[in-house]
Ligand binder design. Structure first.
Ligand code: KIV
Length: 272
């Protein structure tokens, strides 16, 4: 296939151009078949470090490694051919120096083929964003509730209850935008703060538990598909995947136990 015949993916600058326009549709994915289904409907697919919790059964994202992100990033890139694919840099892979951040971000891009990375952005992060963008790595930032910092923040609680924290969230978003981020995720904050951030920056805001005041929305896909009983309260369940799997598996187990193999008629027979 020539380069011209390949389906062109949505690019990071195209997402930036959507500021204030049509809402940007985003979801997370961690494997090829799910990514293939999301691809037609999503502008941006995030290989989130939420993979640690929703796929690997960890209680936080802190234990997620770079190798895990690369493996899942590769799978998603095999399934998605249209959406912009962004891979999260996990905890410990970018915070200590801009050089470490570049080494790990470039490894993620080279080994997965993804088009951008995401980092959780405290005030220290602007320098890292600028360093990566200047060297060819599009960066999506992430402010508000930053799950990788949950041990400092005291848990997965919505943020911005005091004026000081509200100011910090807005300042972090402005710094991330000025440093060259192509978009910023705003997680777990109030409608007012999400709207203020959206007004304050000239890049799209992608909300999660942060209201329709943002330029786009993202959810953790297994949460919105109903794989789990308990999900954050802002999540609408668009399906009941947990119930579906439970019903299918219990029917299958009953069939096997009663030697009722409806698939016997399609089993191989060899003429000798
Ligand atoms: O890891 C993730 O899935 C995320 C989204 C919640 C934005 O960062």
């Amino acid at each position: 296939m020539s380069a011209q015949n390949q389906i062109r993916r949505i690019t990071a600058p195209q997402i930036t151009d959507r500021k204030g326009g049509d809402p940007i549709v985003c979801l997370t994915a961690y494997d090829a078949p799910t990514a293939a289904i999301l691809d037609e409907h999503c502008d941006l697919i995030l290989v989130g470090d939420s993979v640690g919790m929703v796929v690997h059964g960890l209680t936080t994202t802190v234990g997620v490694t770079l190798d895990m992100m690369i493996l899942h990033g590769q799978a998603v890139m095999r399934g998605a051919h249209r959406a912009l694919v962004v891979v999260d840099l996990p905890f410990g892979s970018y915070e200590d120096s801009v050089e470490t951040a570049f080494k790990n971000a470039s490894r993620v891009m080279m080994e997965t083929g993804c088009q951008a990375i995401k980092i959780e952005s405290g005030s220290y992060a602007a320098e890292t964003v600028r360093y990566l963008v200047e060297r060819g790595i599009p960066v999506m930032s992430h402010v508000g509730l930053r799950p990788q910092s949950m041990n400092v923040l005291g848990g997965f609680r919505a943020r911005g209850r005091t004026q000081a924290v509200e100011d910090e969230i807005i300042a972090n978003a402005i710094a991330a935008a000025q440093a060259g981020s192509f978009a910023v995720v705003v997680e777990g904050t109030s409608v007012e703060i999400a709207e203020k951030v959206t007004k304050a920056v000239d890049i799209p805001t992608i909300g999660i538990g942060a209201s329709s005041g943002c330029d786009g929305q993202i959810l953790v896909t297994p949460d919105m598909l109903g794989l789990f009983d308990r999900v954050p309260k802002f999540v609408k369940k668009y399906g009941q995947m947990g119930d579906l799997i439970e019903k299918a598996v219990s029917e299958y187990a009953a069939d096997v136990k009663s030697r009722n193999f409806p698939f016997d008629e399609n089993t191989y027979t060899f003429k000798k």
